[in-house]
Ligand binder design. Structure first.
Ligand code: BGC
Length: 262
C-alpha cells in the first residue's frame, strides 16, 4: 500500500492523518488541534510538531504533504488572510522542514482539497473546467482543467460590492451575520453567478465543513452550471496534501515510438 501523511492547516483547526494514496482512505486515526489564536508561524509550527508526535511518529520514508490557507509560491507563503501577517513572504516550507526534520510538499489548502476531489471524489474523470470552492473561515478555490490543477486562484478575494467575496459569502460570514440559509444562499447566488460569468465552468464543487449541510443551501441556487457537494468535505485537505506529496502512479504505460533508420 502506498501511504502518505497529510496535514491540513486551517484558520480554526489543524488536522492530520495517514492516507492510503491509492484509494484515498485514511489509514490512521485523524487528529485535530485548534489553530493557535493569532496564527503566528512559531505557534502553528509547534502545533504541527505536536500533531506529528501525537500520531506516534510516522516513518521518514512516508511522504508528507502540508496544506496552508495562503498563496504558496516556491515554498513561500505570499498572503495571510486568516492567519498572522508574519506569514507573508516567509519561507514556510523550509521552516516546517527544519522543525520536523523531514522533507514536505507544501501547497495551498483549497488546491489540496481540489486535488483530492480529482483523485478520489467529485471531479474524478470530469473533463473541462472544474471550479472547487471551500466555504469556511474564508473562501478557498481550486481550478482544475482536465485533471490538471492550476494553483493559487484565490477566488475568495474577488471583489463584490466593494469587499472581498469571502467577507460576505464564506460560512464564517453566515455565522457572523446570523444569516438564515436562505439569506446566505442569496449571497452565494451572487458569488457563483459572478464566477460563472468569469470562467464558464463545467462543474462547481462546494467543499468545506458546511458542505455536509448542502441540502439546506445548494437547492436554493439557480445556476447554469451543475453544482455538487465535495465528496470529501473536511478530509479533503488531508487527502489532497498527502496525494500531492506521493509520487503519482502512472495512468498507463508510457508510449514507445519506433524510429526507422534510413
Ligand atoms: C485564503 C486562501 C485559502 C482560503 C481558505 C483565503 O482567505 O486567501 O489562500 O485557500 O482562505 O482557507
Amino acid at each position: 500500500m502506498a501511504k502518505a501523511l497529510g496535514i491540513d492547516i486551517g484558520g480554526t483547526g489543524i488536522k492530520a492523518a495517514v492516507v492510503d494514496t491509492g484509494t484515498g482512505e485514511l489509514v490512521s486515526e485523524r487528529l485535530k488541534l485548534p489553530t493557535p489564536v493569532g496564527g503566528t508561524p512559531e505557534d502553528i509550527v509547534k502545533t504541527v510538531v505536536r500533531l506529528l508526535d501525537d500520531l506516534g511518529g510516522v516513518e521518514d520514508a512516508v511522504p508528507m504533504g502540508v496544506c496552508f490557507p495562503a498563496i504558496v509560491r516556491n515554498g513561500r507563503t505570499m498572503s495571510a488572510a486568516n492567519v498572522s501577517k508574519k506569514w507573508i513572504g516567509l519561507e514556510a516550507e523550509k521552516m516546517f522542514e527544519h522543525a520536523l526534520g523531514r522533507d514536505i510538499h507544501f501547497v495551498n489548502d483549497a488546491d489540496a482539497a481540489g486535488y483530492a476531489e480529482v483523485r478520489y471524489g467529485a471531479a474524478r474523470g470530469v473533463s473541462g473546467l472544474v471550479v472547487l470552492t471551500t466555504l469556511g473561515t474564508g473562501i478557498g478555490s481550486a481550478l482544475i482543467y482536465d485533471d490538471t490543477l492550476i494553483p493559487n486562484s484565490e477566488l475568495g478575494h474577488l471583489q463584490m460590492r466593494g469587499k472581498d467575496a469571502e467577507k460576505r459569502a464564506s460560512f464564517a460570514a453566515k455565522e457572523r451575520g446570523r444569516l438564515s440559509w436562505r439569506a446566505w444562499a442569496g449571497r452565494l447566488q451572487e458569488y457563483y453567478t459572478y464566477l460563472e460569468s468569469l470562467f464558464s465552468p463545467d462543474l462547481f464543487i462546494v467543499g468545506g465543513g458546511v458542505s455536509k449541510s448542502h441540502e439546506e443551501f445548494l437547492p436554493l441556487l439557480h445556476l447554469q452550471t451543475a453544482i455538487v457537494p465535495a465528496v470529501h468535505r473536511n478530509n479533503a485537505g488531508i487527502l489532497g496534501a498527502a496525494a500531492l506529496a506521493a509520487p503519482v502512479p502512472p495512468a498507463s504505460p508510457a508510449p514507445t515510438f519506433e524510429t526507422s533508420a534510413r
